[in-house]
Design a protein around this ligand. Sequence first.
Ligand SMILES: CC(=O)SCCNC(=O)CCNC(=O)[C@H](O)C(C)(C)COP(=O)(O)OP(=O)(O)OC[C@H]1O[C@@H](n2cnc3c(N)ncnc32)[C@H](O)[C@@H]1OP(=O)(O)O
Length: 468
Amino acid sequence: MALKQKSAEAPADAKKRKIVSFAKTDRGVEANECIKIFLVSSQDEVVSKEGFCIDPIGLNQYFGEAGIIYGYKDLKINIWLSTVSFHAYADISYASTADGGKGITDLKPGLENIFGEALLDKNEFLQTFSTESQCVGNIVSAGTVLGCYSLNEDGDSSDAHLSDQSTVEHQIVRMNLHSLPVGLLYSRLVPLTLLLIDGSSPIDVTDPGWHVYFVVKRVRSHSADCDLRLVGFSLIYRFYHHPDNTRLRLSLILVLPPHQGLGHGRRLLESVNAVAVSENVYDLTMEEPSEYLQYLRSCLDTLRMLDFEPIKPAVNTAASSLMDSVSKKPSKSLADPPAHAVEIARQKLKINKKQFLRCWEILLYLNLDPKNLKSMENFRASIAARAERDVLNNDIGVKGKRLIEVPNDYDHDMTFVVYYPLGEDSDEADGRFDDENGADQRKQLNKMIDKRLEEIAEIAERVSLLRS
Ligand SMILES: CC(=O)SCCNC(=O)CCNC(=O)[C@H](O)C(C)(C)COP(=O)(O)OP(=O)(O)OC[C@H]1O[C@@H](n2cnc3c(N)ncnc32)[C@H](O)[C@@H]1OP(=O)(O)O
């Protein structure tokens, strides 16, 4: 019996040891660590191994289990992504391969998951710089030019070699995505969106509701033909609004990393706003904007609202009531915009309700004197009241069911939350955070309020600077 046990245990121990020794010899390498991606605009940049190194989001998700690549010693994957034709080439190097117990990861499926058919072998890739040099220009020239601007691009080294006779102009061009060449160009841009936008996923290019707005850089010189390069793009979806209108939703915006922070994204957003106004759509919304995009959007919309005469009296009234109020707990109506202000901003500026409320808070802040502690205290209380109302659906378990409208970026007319109030403006309401769970919620709510106040102050400061 003892012997039997011993013999039964021996192979198991051996197996354990084996696993340990594999783990030591091949711990693998994370895709994030061994892959570098460079944007290149010429053959020379590939040959001299130059190019703009981008910082992709989550390469690990495309490779093996948890992004670990096994079986390679000193693996390096340099990917060259052409900003002329948006084809890619992967230069893979390693000292040796060996199966250390986890096999040798096949790199092809991971790379194809990102780059699809845009992934070429080296020779084909190098050739695209001449064979496809006009690919963006040929397609975009059929679009509708919405606006032109020139920039002093201090950070853009591609302008450095231009002769005195060359002119650089940027254009914003709108195109229907379901036209075949545009759809093909967009499909080559998908890898960039996967690499640079968190949570992005491809869309159905055959749906006629999609438009793409391209930002292109046009370089004209006497010696050569006009050279046209893609700088950024945005996807806009148009959908029906009952009974006889449409709405626009910005689903994606990307400025290529070498051109970010130079004003292209802002101009792209301004163009989309201008289209929404000129075509008199119901409103313009955004699909899950990143924090920076939301910041940029709020800067722009606050500037627009600051110049918008019809809401000025309402802003002044709300701001003075915050300054004058001596109440310990200002009622929510003190800082809330009147319904007509929300409505007129939607009609004329195409700003939807949720975005209006964000900018409204910034407008109020801009009207307050930071040295007047009472008004700042009242302002914080009004932000807190709104934040509390936004999370009120947590108050389940209390008598008196209510239905409230919760504005969202898609359709504020359609979203409702059932909640059970404690009496918002009564002392009873303070009891809602009393138990342990409630204390935790209060802590989170306070954090949320502090963050919101910081954002308001940051945008207000930026907006004041831009107007000075
Ligand atoms: C729905 C979605 O797509 S979510 C994902 C969003 N996209 C991404 O995250 C992809 C990666 N990021 C990007 O592509 C870009 O950074 C974008 C699209 C978010 C922004 O585009 P950029 O070209 O970088 O921004 P741009 O330079 O135009 O604007 C930024 C500056 O303009 C300033 N600005 C705003 N309004 C104005 C104005 N009226 N006049 C002058 N400057 C202004 C902003 O304050 C900001 O400067 P700051 O950061 O120093 O305060």
